[in-house]
Design a protein around this ligand. Structure first.
Ligand SMILES: [Zn+2]
Length: 295
């Protein structure tokens, strides 16, 4: 690369960083409720491989999604209910058509259902985006009598604010809760997750088109240890941990057992709070609202 091309590349990076400066608002003095040292959100993306269904992937890939809807989600909900963890199930709107009983069970057990797009993608065209967003709102209302409070998506702040959503859970500009402004007066709280604590990264072969040599079928002991170390670091600093799971991935027998061991280890420490994402959002919004005039 010649010097001029390198300069142009650096200028692009600087512009991107300044753009984040303008939209990103950290919450440096966030404190948890009395007696709480760390908030841990267990979040499950219930997408049943929907994006891959739309791409007409091979039957064995699609069968994974089927497992998630028929077995994985039930196992995960049973586990978290039994352990006293309140989980958040980010649900693709069309799941209301595919596995309505699984969703009713999630609610009956006291867990949260939140938005995960209509068909697992956000259309670029604003009118089309609006249409997708509202289809999920309608499906949740009709199937579950539910109004979601959060999303895991790239849906615009404009829609999230307009429809009264409390939070998004997407991207990883920071490790803890922070605010994101859209430059047009809409501010949304973000509860970030990261691929370092995401089951799909560790248990997927050929993940997102990677070479077969880059298979990521990790053994559960290794994953448990990596996530445990992540938990301990955040525990020490009084932080936040968002554990991102997928029913079709972590619903598999040996992985469900690993989660049980991991939750037990966490719960053996004092001051560990495992509420829904909406509960974390309510606490942050009530105690540390955005300090910036929204822009
Ligand atoms: Zn997803």
């Amino acid at each position: 690369m010649d010097a001029a091309a390198l300069d142009a590349e650096v200028a692009t990076l600087v512009a991107a960083a300044r753009d984040v400066d303008a939209h990103y608002e950290p919450i440096p003095d966030l404190a948890w409720p009395e007696g709480v040292r760390i908030a841990v959100n267990f979040t499950l993306d219930f997408d049943a491989m929907l994006l891959r269904r739309l791409k007409h992937e091979p039957p064995m890939q699609l069968a994974k999604g089927e497992f998630g809807g028929r077995v994985g989600i039930w196992r995960a909900v049973e586990l978290f209910s039994r352990l006293g963890v309140k989980a958040t199930i980010f649900t693709v709107g069309r799941i209301c058509e595919l596995y309505p009983e699984a969703l009713r069970n999630v609610l009956a057990q006291g867990h949260e259902i939140a938005d995960h797009m209509w068909e697992h993608h956000v259309p670029k065209d604003p009118a089309m985006e609006d249409d997708h967003f509202m289809k999920t709102v309608a499906a949740f209302k009709e199937t579950l009598g539910l109004r979601a409070l959060g999303s895991r998506s790239r849906h615009s702040n404009r829609l999230l604010v307009r429809e009264g959503y409390l939070y998004n859970s997407h991207g990883s500009a920071a490790h803890g809760p922070h605010y994101l402004h859209d430059g047009a007066g809409n501010c949304v709280l973000n509860l970030p997750f990261h691929y370092a604590i995401d089951d799909a990264m560790f248990y997927s072969a050929n993940w997102q088109g990677s070479e077969l040599l880059a298979n990521r079928f990790s053994d559960t002991d290794r994953v448990e240890e990596i996530w445990w170390q992540g938990f301990l670091q955040q525990y020490r600093v009084g932080g936040y941990l968002n554990v991102c799971l997928h029913p079709f991935v972590s619903g598999r027998a040996q992985r469900i057992d690993m989660l049980e061991r991991l939750v037990h280890r966490m719960q053996a420490m004092p001051g560990v709070w495992m509420p829904t994402s909406a509960d974390v959002a309510r606490h942050v919004l009530a105690t540390r609202p955005s300090q910036r005039a929204s822009r």
